[in-house]
Design a protein around this ligand. Structure first.
Ligand SMILES: [Zn+2]
Length: 210
């Protein structure tokens, strides 16, 4: 059976990508995005490599299978270099529907600053209630930070190992690079992204106040 891109979902993701670009979180052709397009067989709709996100449209998506291989109709196209960071999460958590990856200034510099600690800790912020199932601001959320290796297959396995130990994880950072977050709907993924980016800016401004 041939799979086609779900047009409604593609439109929804384009709207989010344009919003992300307007916030300055996707400079030039960087960043990547995907949604679970179909089950049985699983197809994932992901952004093509090298597209300027200020001009991103539904024609810039392509379909891949659960292992990251392009579907036959899209075999001439190249998905993002970070495709395996998407497929690993869809493999590990059948509830994940959407994955967003940004390259904001705050994610880039704070992930470098705290790489040695292995995570960035977010505590006592009201807006933390926008992440996962968190019900109170009196909580400490660890955002893991991975080294920015260019071996994405190895990084995806490193992520898999940590995610199995930390299933509550709603996002992670790659040092000097950016943020990944996700959700079981477009609304949740977008909300979590906005919460993380807001809190990264808070953390940066707190450092300036010291
Ligand atoms: Zn990236």
């Amino acid at each position: 059976m041939r799979s086609v891109i779900n047009p409604k979902k593609a439109e929804q993701l384009v709207e989010i990508i344009r919003w992300i670009n307007s916030r300055g979180w996707s400079p030039a052709t960087s960043t990547n995005y995907s949604f679970r397009n179909s089950e049985n067989p699983i197809s994932i709709c992901i952004s093509q490599s090298g597209i300027d996100k200020s001009k991103f449209g539904t024609e810039h998506f392509m379909l891949i299978d659960a292992e990251g291989r392009p579907s036959p109709d899209f075999a001439h196209l190249k998905s993002s270099a970070e495709t395996f960071l998407h497929t690993v999460l869809y493999q590990e958590n059948p509830e994940v529907e959407v994955i967003l990856h940004t390259h904001s200034v705050y994610a880039t510099i704070l992930s470098q600053k705290y790489l040695f600690e292995g995570c960035l800790v977010l505590e006592n912020y009201e807006v933390l209630k926008g992440l996962g199932d968190i019900k109170t601001h009196e909580v400490s959320v660890k955002v893991p930070i991975f080294d920015n290796t260019q071996d994405i297959a190895a990084l995806s396995e490193e992520f898999r190992t940590l995610y199995r130990k930390m299933p509550e994880m709603q996002g992670y950072l790659i040092a000097g690079h950016g943020l990944y977050t996700w959700g079981k709907s477009f609304e949740i993924a977008k909300r979590q992204l906005e919460v993380f980016e807001f809190l990264l800016e808070c953390e940066w401004r707190k450092l300036l106040m010291r």
